[in-house]
Design a protein around this ligand. Sequence first.
Ligand code: NAD
Ligand code: UDP
Length: 319
Amino acid sequence: MQTVQASKRVLVTGGAGFLGSHLCDRLVAAGHDVLCVDNFFTGSRRNVEHLLDSKNFELMRHDVTFPLYVEVDEIYNLACPASPIHYQHDPVQTTKTSVHGAINMLGLAKRLRGKILQASTSEVYGDPEVHPQPESYWGKVNPIGLRSCYDEGKRCAETLFFDYHRQHKLRIKVVRIFNTYGPRMHPNDGRVVSNFIVQALRGEDITIYGDGQQTRSFCYFEDLLEGMVRMMDTRDDFTGPVNIGDPHEFSMLELAERVIALTGARSKLVFKPLPSDDPKQRQPDITLARQELGGWQPQVPLEQGLARTIAYFDQLLSR
Ligand code: NAD
Ligand code: UDP
C-alpha cells in the first residue's frame, strides 16, 4: 500500500527568493499548506506568481526582523540575502535579518512547539584552513570585515538555534548550504554562476575576480532541496549542523571555461580585483549528510546543471 504523507502547515521565510521559491513549489506539490513570507529585498513576487492560484499557497509581505504571529507546524528559515553584493548593500540590515530574524522565528516555533530548520551556510567556515570542511571544523572568520555581516550573522543564528534547543527543548535542524545555483537566480544577483552565464549570453567579458584559482563546489538546486527536505524529516534528536553541497570542486577559471564551452560564447576573460576576505577554497565533506539523510548525495553534475541554468537565462534574456 502506498503511504500518504500527512499534510502540514509550513512557513517558508525568504520564500520568494531563488531557493525559497523552489522549496515552495516542492512543498505545495507534496500537498502541504505553504505560507511564503518575504520582504522582496532580493526575491520577487514573480518567482511564486505561478503558485498564487493554488488553494494551499499564501504569500505574505513581511520583514522577519519584526515578530510574526501565524499558526504553522514547520518553519524553513531562508530569509537573508545570499549574494555578497546584496548582503553588503545594507550590512546592518543583513545582520539584523539573520539575528533578529532567527530570534523571531525561534520564538514563533517555541510558542507553536513546531520544528524549525535554519538555512545556514558554508560561510560559517570563513576562509578555511581545513579542507574539505567537515561540520566539526569551527572555521576561520574575520569578525570585522566586509563579509562579516553575513558570516557572523549566520554564525550567531546557529548559536541561537542551539541555545533554543538546549534551553527550551526546541526541535531544530541546521543545514550548512554550499554554493548552490540554478534557474530563478536573479540576473543581477552578482554571484559567480549567474554572472558568468549572463555575461556569456550577452557576449560580454567574463569577470574573473583575482587570478581565478580560488575554488568553489557547486550544487544544483534540486539536489540541495532534496537534502534540505530530508533533513527536516530526520529523527528529532538529529539537529545537525549538516553540510549540504556537491563535493566536486572547481576553480573560477574552470567554471568560466565550462560556461564558455556550453554557451558557445566568444567572451574574453577579464581580471578584476579579488574582493576582501574572499575564501580561497571551499569543498563540503558530506559524509554526515550521506549517513543521516538516507544515502543522500548530489545527482546532477555541473555540466548538466549549467546547461539547464543557461537555458533558463537564455529564455529570460530574450524576452
Ligand atoms: P535569495 O537572495 O534569492 O533569497 C533570499 C530571500 O530572502 C529573498 O527572497 C529576500 O527577499 C528574502 N529576505 C531577505 N531579507 C529578508 C527579511 N528581512 N525578511 C523577509 N525576507 C527577507 O538567496 P538564496 O540563494 O535563495 O538563499 C536562500 C537562503 O539560503 C539564504 O538564507 C542564504 O543565506 C542561504 N544560502 C544560500 C546559498 C546559495 O548558494 N544559494 C548558500 C548558502 C546559504
Ligand atoms: N567571482 C568571480 N567573478 C564574478 C563573481 C564572483 O570571479 O563575476 C568569484 C568570487 O570572487 C568568489 C567566487 O567567484 O571567489 C564565488 O563567488 P560568489 O559571490 O558566487 O559566492 P561566495 O564567494 O559567497 O562563495
